[in-house]
Design a protein around this ligand. Structure first.
Ligand code: SAM
Length: 218
């Protein structure tokens, strides 16, 4: 059976002690991780009162009491910097918002991030390059007819070359060029060619997408 976006994100978490889910909303990921015994504790972080209450209601069950915490915080602001986090998930937000949260995480101890941006994924890759994080895995999932891109990143050792193609398309994605990658960039190409203004503003990326889709050398 095909995985949903939420299930795929949860499946990318390796068994560990502490997971932080920033922007947890209905607490779906935390429940999967505890049900599947993949984490000892999940801390759901919510900026807004409504979604925080959703999280609290959804996890109000004896089996979650000792394993799921729900806290109100703007990203990392209320998280102790000395607290060790094995995996931090930030999903379902724009790329720019995710970058802002990542910028606040610099004084915190996070081993790995799992990131799913609804747009501007290239901003996250750019942040990784500038802040010494390695993209360990990148993949796509189609859920309700929308294609989402997910990145798994960890602290890197040594220099990794970066370029326009890697920033926009992703090194691993370019190697695999799987069906969802082709579909995602074919859709983008159609969108950018929709009118003359868009076309003119995006000539460089349009030509790169066309080359990649035609399987030419980059
Ligand atoms: C669209 S929902 C995504 C929920 C869930 N992560 C998912 O992928 O389905 C985005 C959630 O992030 C929360 N959020 C946005 N900015 C945040 C921040 N800086 N810190 C904590 N939560 C935030 C919003 O309140 C909202 O509940």
């Amino acid at each position: 059976m095909l995985k949903t976006r939420i299930n795929l994100i949860a499946s990318l978490v390796d068994k560990c002690n502490i997971v932080l889910d920033i922007g947890s909303d209905h607490a779906k990921i935390s429940k999967i991780l505890i049900d599947e015994n993949k984490a000892n504790r999940v801390i759901n972080v919510e900026l807004n009162e409504g979604p925080l209450q959703n999280s609290i209601k959804a996890t109000n069950h004896a089996k979650y009491y000792n394993h799921i915490w729900n806290i109100k915080s703007n990203g990392f602001k209320e998280i102790y910097p000395s607290f060790f986090i094995d995996v931090c998930i930030i999903a379902g937000m724009g790329g720019q918002t995710i970058v802002e949260i990542l910028n606040e995480s610099k004084s915190h101890k996070v081993n790995q991030f799992i990131l799913q941006a609804n747009n501007n994924v290239e901003k996250i890759r750019d942040w990784c390059f500038k802040n010494n994080w390695r993209i360990k895995n990148e993949c796509f999932v189609k859920d309700n007819d929308i294609i989402y891109e997910i990145l798994v990143i960890s602290k890197k050792k040594g220099y990794i070359p970066f370029c326009f193609n890697r920033k926009y398309f992703g090194k691993i994605n370019l190697k695999l060029k799987n069906e969802l990658f082709i579909e995602r960039w074919s859709d983008e190409l159609k969108y950018l060619k929709r009118n003359e203004n868009l076309y003119k503003k995006n000539i460089k990326i349009i030509s790169k997408i066309e080359k990649i889709l035609k399987n030419k050398n980059l």
